[in-house]
Design a protein around this ligand. Structure first.
Ligand code: CAA
Length: 259
């Protein structure tokens, strides 16, 4: 990861495909070019049969301080509509493999919304979360009013979105916005460790389990349960199910192959 001009930096570590946001001068503000490169790289990892998990990280100072305000300041309603900047976010939403987020520092506006597109979130104790769009005369536009409300509940989401206040990492984990909080020196190594643990599981089971959890946000309970059962039965068509269960019976570690 060495190219100073690249908007994102990439590398792989075993079956983990790593992406780091790289606009340090503007606290990783998300402009359309960066988002389009990010979506393309996530899709590339999603298609790569050697990658089981995607790890998305910012820097220690900033995960991302939001959509790029300079890029939006002089846009009109029509130009915003025509350029359809959230189409790239839809592509990120469609990624099937688990996405782990390593979050430290500022995680605001579109940054917080990007984090909420991820599946397992490892946050540094210094991370600060918020949807401060209200301070600049707008409101969240990449899912904040919907996903933050599902994560925090109505009263907390209204507080954060209407007052523009920031949540600490302790508040975020308490309210279920992030998965774990760790000391700031370890936020990236912990997220990589968690990614490696997840990548040691069967990749098809991982994808279907993610699909099942996300379905819970889209359906009534009875429909979600029915959907889950079908995903569960489908896994009995995989070699990994046979390997996983036989390995347990034979008291050995399973070797999953993603088949
Ligand atoms: N867009 C563009 N540039 C940004 C930015 C953003 N979202 N956030 C920070 N920057 C830039 C600053 O302009 C500054 O650039 P210069 O050095 O050229 O002046 C640089 O990053 C460092 O920022 P600060 O000097 O402001 O750093 P700070 O430590 O004093 O404050 C901060 C940090 C509280 C995060 C502050 O930068 C801030 O409030 N940023 C904006 C946060 C925000 O409003 N985010 C929402 C954006 S709108 C959105 O995201 C819409 C959506 O739903 C998709």
């Amino acid at each position: 990861m060495s190219n100073d001009d690249a908007l994102i930096l990439t590398e792989t570590d075993g079956h983990v495909g790593i992406i780091r946001l790289n606009r340090p001068k503007v606290l990783n503000a998300l402009n359309p070019e960066l988002m389009s490169m990010l979506a393309a790289q996530m899709e590339a990892y999603d298609k790569d049969s050697n990658i089981y998990v995607i790890l998305l990280s910012g820097s220690e100072k900033a995960w991302a301080a939001g959509a790029d305000i300079g890029d939006m300041a002089e846009q009109s309603a029509i130009s915003m509509y025509e350029r359809d900047q959230f189409a790239t976010w839809e592509r990120i939403k469609r990624v099937k493999k688990p996405v782990v987020a390593a979050v430290s520092g500022w995680c605001l506006g579109g940054g917080c919304e990007l984090m909420m597109h991820c599946d397992v979130i490892i946050a540094s104790e210094t991370a600060q979360f918020g949807q401060p769009e209200i301070n600049i005369g707008v409101m969240p536009g990449a899912g904040g009013t919907q996903r933050l409300t599902r994560a925090l509940g109505k009263a907390m989401a209204m507080d954060v979105i209407l007052s523009g206040r920031f949540l600490t990492a302790a508040e975020a984990v308490h309210h279920g916005l992030v998965s774990r909080v760790v000391p700031k020196e370890h936020f990236y190594t912990e997220a990589l460790k968690v990614s490696q643990v997840i990548a040691s599981k069967g990749p098809i089971a991982l994808r279907l389990a993610k699909e099942g959890v996300l379905k819970a946000f889209e359906t009534p309970l009875s429909e979600g349960l029915e959907y889950e059962r079908k995903l569960f039965y489908t896994l009995f068509a995989t070699e990994d199910q046979k390997e996983g269960m036989r390995a347990f019976m034979e008291k050995r570690k399973p070797e999953f192959k993603g088949r």
